[in-house]
Design a binder for this molecule. Structure first.
Ligand code: NAI
Length: 333
């Protein structure tokens, strides 16, 4: 199968080439993001392989269908960036990698929480400059604190188990509670979770219902000084409201691996350019904000699994056995 791979970084090429080695698929790697202007690169290909910030709106899908593409193979679990209804109407199949390593993302959420609380990023820079003062580095014991986990799918459950192991009381919110968390977490309503949690960590998908789940009203209902962690999707959070919450002290710390407008920033080296996003720039001015550039998935194990499942999706689509991990309209909330 001829596959045009978009948004390729050297690590994508390394892991995908290794996984496709024994297969009959011919992968062509493009650094470019998939956007209307680059969709023509898919001309003559059977499939495109896309990542989280590729544009899979109706306009792009129409161009892909016209170019002869039959399969969109996502290298991600999330599919909020795909117009699935349009894909189905155009006869395009969409596949994803439903699970590759929940531990990778859950451990990154924990890393953000621990680093923020004990200000490891500030301590690292101070010590390198010979500044051994502790002023400003005061943290709190996580043991005994209450952590609210929103979304207890594979990643949320892994995270809940981790913080439970640290001695935290865990509150959970999910329309489908998981019996796996019996004895580990207590399911509560949204407002009860906001009111009681010292830490709120987001692990639900982005849907119309969860868009700006954390807005001004939600922040007002949270404990003063709350620590907010988002490793799920940027648009779960109204970043402007978070900036206001940080300014007036209602939010104590923010750890983000995702950002509302990350499509124009993340995964690229922009260190020689001017950042034009004022909200993002404002976030960077707070000493109690730690942002990473969507690296939750970035472990050896996760990349190996993403590549293996992507190639398995291509195999299954060609009828070589195995399961095609389809994204269908019924899955869109
Ligand atoms: P999952 O599908 O296993 O779990 C999602 C859970 O959220 C489900 O239990 C679902 O019932 C729940 N949920 C849905 N709507 C909700 C709502 N309104 N309130 C509370 N809970 C709700 O997904 P998984 O694998 O745990 O991934 C979670 C999210 O993590 C993904 O949707 C994706 O956005 C994000 N992610 C981030 C990565 C990163 O690199 N930072 C990598 C992989 C995923």
């Amino acid at each position: 199968m001829r596959v045009a791979v978009f948004s390729t970084k050297p690590y994508d090429e390394r892991f995908l080439s290794r996984a496709a080695n024994a297969s009959a698929h011919a992968l062509t790697f493009h650094e470019a993001r998939l956007v209307p202007a680059t969709a023509s690169l898919a001309e003559g290909y059977d499939a495109v392989c896309a990542f989280v910030n590729d544009d899979l709106s109706r306009a792009v899908l129409e161009r892909l269908a016209d170019a002869g593409v039959r399969l969109v193979a996502l290298r991600s679990a999330g599919f909020n960036h795909v117009d699935v209804a349009a894909a189905e109407a155009l006869g395009l199949h969409v596949a994803r990698v439903p699970a590759y390593s929940p531990h990778a993302v859950a451990e990154h959420a924990l890393a953000l929480l621990l680093a923020l609380n004990r200000k490891i990023y500030r301590a690292y820079n101070r010590v390198r400059e010979g500044n051994f003062s502790l002023e400003g580095l005061l943290g709190f014991d996580l043991a005994g604190k209450t952590v609210g986990v929103i979304g207890t799918g594979q990643i949320g459950r892994a995270f809940a188990r981790m913080v439970h192991g640290l001695g935290c009381e865990v509150l959970a919110l999910d329309p489908t509670p998981s019996p796996e968390l019996d004895g580990i977490a207590t399911y509560v309503e949204r407002d009860a979770l906001f009111a009681a949690s010292d830490v709120v960590s987001l692990h639900c998908p982005l849907t119309p219902e969860t868009y700006h789940l954390i807005d001004e009203g939600a922040i007002r209902r949270m404990k003063e000084g709350v620590t907010l962690i988002n490793t799920s999707r940027g648009q779960l959070v109204d970043t402007r409201a978070v900036v206001e919450g940080l300014k007036d002290g209602r939010i104590g710390r923010v750890g983000l691996d995702v950002y509302e407008e990350e499509g124009d920033l993340f995964f690229e080296d922009l260190s020689n350019r001017v950042i034009r996003d004022d909200v993002f720039a404002r976030l960077q001015t707070f000493p109690n904000v730690l942002v990473t550039g969507h690296q939750g998935f970035f472990t050896e194990e996760a990349l190996t699994n993403i590549a293996a499942t992507t190639v398995a999706n291509l195999d299954a689509f060609e009828g070589r056995g195995g399961e095609l991990h389809r994204v269908t309209r019924a899955m869109v909330v």
